[in-house]
Write a protein that binds this ligand. Structure first.
Ligand SMILES: C[S@@+](CC[C@H](N)C(=O)[O-])C[C@H]1O[C@@H](n2cnc3c(N)ncnc32)[C@H](O)[C@@H]1O
Length: 281
């Protein structure tokens, strides 16, 4: 069991490897729910990525950890071709079902760490809410090796932050304490200025010439069913045994229904990290 003070996937990382491996495989066990409840990215975020990495017709993209295609679809719709490397077989099967009609879509099902380097380099390597699940010792350098000189690595991470939720995250903390997912009764999401930069290993990687970061704040509203469905795909909640998980979700349902008129709003800061490979490599 985690002794969590936050509800952020990043907090489970680099803890120890077996935990990381189990958690990163957890999404595949709920592949159908993942497809149904994990929304894609807001248009502003997609537009910013497209602009930063110059993505459009003819771009050759490698995507790491596509899930069921939340980021893949808009990339394909913008005219790019996408080679996706996905760990989970069931997630990959749904991605193929969702995206198989795009002739510019291909997928390999294996960990990115084991994926053989391609003969022809890519313009862009991209990873949405997945880069932190890749071995931090190799993820930046291996991404660089798959890129053409001047190509770009783009990693996106949605931070959950303090927003205008009317106190929901303070109230719902009781359920996290009760069911053993938190030890901190005073936990609250961080505010935007308290966030630290993600994926700092990219800045340390000598293969990249420059690293830019861009943040976009968005509040998204969920019905109770959407929110409970989303929690069923949360890697932290998936660490609970079934009775504990159902207990927590029942308490959350009661809280949303009794005090929040059946809806929850959640504020995210999407951090986009964009690193340009050195031209001479
Ligand atoms: C939180 S999900 C993000 C999915 C999707 N990109 C999105 O934005 O919703 C993380 C994804 O990374 C995949 N993943 C985790 N570790 C991986 C690895 N080592 N190689 C490839 N994919 C991996 C998981 O199976 C899952 O599909």
């Amino acid at each position: 069991m985690y002794a969590q003070n936050t509800r952020n996937e990043m907090s489970t990382l680099d803890a120890n490897k077996p935990e990381l491996m189990r958690s990163r495989e957890s999404f595949n066990g709920v592949a159908d729910l993942y497809d149904r409840y994990r929304r894609g990215y807001p248009t502003d975020v997609l537009d910013a990525i497209g602009k930063m990495a110059d993505i459009g017709l003819g771009s050759r993209i490698l995507e790491i950890g596509p899930g069921t295609g939340q980021l893949t679809r808009p990339l394909l719709e913008r005219g790019a071709s996408v080679m996706a490397v996905e760990l989970g077989q069931d997630l990959a099967a749904i991605a193929r079902r969702n995206l198989g009609h795009f002739v510019r879509f291909e997928m390999a099902v294996l960990p990115f760490e084991d994926w053989p380097l391609p003969n022809r380099p890519f313009d862009t390597v991209i990873s949405g809410t997945a880069f932190h699940w890749i071995d931090s010792q190799i993820r930046a350098s291996k991404s660089a090796r798959t890129l053409r000189p001047g190509g770009m690595l783009v990693a996106i991470y949605p931070h959950q932050v303090l927003g205008d939720d009317g106190g929901f995250f303070i109230d719902s903390q009781r359920a996290y304490l009760k069911w053993g997912l938190s030890t901190d009764s005073k936990w609250r999401p961080p505010s935007e200025h308290e966030l630290s930069a993600v994926y700092q290993d990219i800045d340390q990687c000598p293969d990249f010439a420059s690293v830019k970061r861009h943040r976009i704040r968005k509040t998204r509203r969920f019905s109770m069913d959407e929110y409970i469905g989303l929690l069923r795909t949360d890697s932290l909640i998936l660490t609970l045994s079934e009775p504990y998980r159902e207990g927590l979700l029942n308490d959350m349902r009661r809280c949303i229904d009794s005090y929040y008129a059946g809806t929850v709003s959640r504020t995210f800061v999407y951090e986009i990290v964009a690193a340009t490979k050195k031209p001479s490599l």
